[in-house]
Each structure stands twice: as structure tokens, then as C-alpha cells.
Design a protein around this ligand. Sequence first.
Ligand code: PEP
Ligand code: MN
Length: 366
Amino acid sequence: MKLNLDIQPLITWFPNYSKPGLIAGPCSAESEEQMLETAKSIAALYPKAVFRAGIWKPRTRPNTFEGIGDIGLEWMKLVKQQTGLLTATEVATADHVEKCLKAGIDILWIGARTTVNPFSVQAIADALKGVDIPVFVKNPMYPDFQLWAGALERVNNAGIKKIVAIHRGFHSYDNGPFRNSPKWELAIELKSICPELPIFCDPSHIGGNPELIPYLSQKAMDMDMDGLMIETHRNPSVALSDAKQQITPFQLKEIISDLQIRSSSVENIELQSKLDELRCVIQKLDNELLELLAKRMAVSTQIGEYKRDNNVTILQVAHWKKLIEQSLINAHSLDLPKDFIKGLYQLIHDESIRRQTDVMNKVEKK
Ligand code: PEP
Ligand code: MN
């Protein structure tokens, strides 16, 4: 798959960009005092940060706090005047775009609930035609890579070149310890098909919990992401939205100063040759893995033929349960994590079933 975007590098427009670019501020604008107090604390620590606050909040359920509305834009202006921080907010409609442009908001972002809807994204893109403003595009709620890529394309096709993807995690039925499952592989996929596209991570919405933010932020840096969006509130416990995941400006300072920023290229020749050597070993092992998989699938096909000839169903749950249980015991003794092996076996099993279904269908056509 290809993703050809015409992108202006972050370094040319993000305030004094150095890694990590930082967007910090409350989930929602709540009051003039809350905005100014939070923004002043952030500015004192990170004058090059961008201040974020949601003005219109697309909550999943109605009758919760749905944002302060247009008055929040006036508070954003005050933040900018009094702290010098650039300001960013979420837009979900063409009307929001128009109001933000009028109010002098510096950066817009499209939220996860909007990225899922190409009609809404196109309406926003149309409202952005002829405007030079940075737009950040959050990943969609669900792990549908095409929707994320499509939203980035729609915004780019409208002429926006200052464009960034935000990785905020995905709703899935098995979120583990996270509010939204990170599924780093989708961000990696985006980076591999469009290396020039900057990616920020939003550890607040992935983690849903302040305790996970340091780990997720470090991981984002180690995935060579370019920046972080972290929800920061002067007093998280009384926040009107996402109270459980916001941190104080002081916590923000601790997290950012503890981050290890590692180099994304290897300049040391000795290190490079050691890495090359180990990568060769991996390549050889990968080839062996593929050959083994091919052999395993061939046996599966054979089993399918026996089942077909003897009129037996493809799935025999008791057998499958026994097989996976035994493999998990073996995996444990090899120090391989249970969830990883379970997921891997699920994929292998799906492919086996697909092959055996093919075998069965062949006989039906006879
Ligand atoms: C937010 O940033 O406050 C927000 C609503 O995020 P998301 O779109 O990622 O849920
Ligand atoms: Mn939020």
C-alpha cells in the first residue's frame, strides 16, 4: 500500500522544534482561570509547548460535559496573549473550523470519533481549502488503518501540508491495561509507508491512567515518534472530562525530563556492524520460521483431505483447546508471553481453517 502525502517538515513550522514536540493542556476548556493557570504553569516549564484544550467535546454519551463552546475560544486568545504559547483545539465540523480560524487558533486536530467518518473529514477538508494551518489527525476509534490514511489524504488533498498523525490507541475488546489498545503496529505501518509524515503519540488517551503515561511516552520515543500530546490540568481530580487520565504540570515536567531520547540512526561503525550481524541471524531464523510454517500448512491441508473424505467437521473444539493449552505450556517454559503466543496461534489456526475450507469446497463442486 502507498500513501503519498505532500508534507512540510515539522522543523519548519512547529515552535522551536526539537524532539519531543509537546502539546499539553486540559482535555477540556472549563473556565478562564483554569485555562490561564494551567497554561502559565506549562509555559513556565516548556515555552515551546503548544497549549491544547477541547472546546467542543464529542463525548460518547450525551448528557455528560459536552464542552464549554464558543466562549472557550476567547480564553484561548487570552492564553496566547498572556503566555505566548501557540494554541490547538479539536474540530469536528466545518463550522468549528471557521470559528477557530476567526479566533486565531494556531493548530487544529481531528479527533478519533471524527476520523472514522469520511463525510465529516471531507467537510472539514473542504472548509480548510486555501488555508495554511497545521492539522493533526488522530487515528480512528477502531483499528481500521485505511480510515486513518484516508483522513490524512483528504486533509492533504485540501492543500494542508503541515500535517501530523496522532496515535491515540484503538478501541478493541481486549484493551489489556490500557483505555485504548495501543496497537503500535498500525503506527509502524504508517511510518513505513510514509516516513516523512510526523507522528505524535497521545499517551493520555491510550493509557487512560497517569501511571501509564511515562511508559507509553518512552515507548513512543523508542518507536521514533516525533512528539507527544499529553492532557495536563491544574487540578485533574476536579476536571469535567477525562479526570482519571490528566496529570498536573508538575507531573508533566517529571515525565518529560525522565525521557530518554535515543538516536534514530546508527553513526558508530562498530555498532552498525554488530547490528548488521545480528540482523543477518534474524533474517536466517525468519526464513526457517517461514519454511516451518509452510510445512505446517501443508500438513493442515492433508488433514483437511482426511476430514473431507470421512465427512468430519473442520473444527473440533476439544482438539483445538488441547492443542492451544499444550502450546501455551511449552511457550511458558520457553519464556514466551502467553498473549503473544495465543495471538500467533489464532492467526495460524485461522489460516489452517481457511485452507481446510478450500479443500472441503472443492469436493462440493464435484
Ligand atoms: C481529546 O483529545 O480530548 C479527545 C477527545 O481525544 P480522542 O479524539 O483521541 O478521543
Ligand atoms: Mn480527553
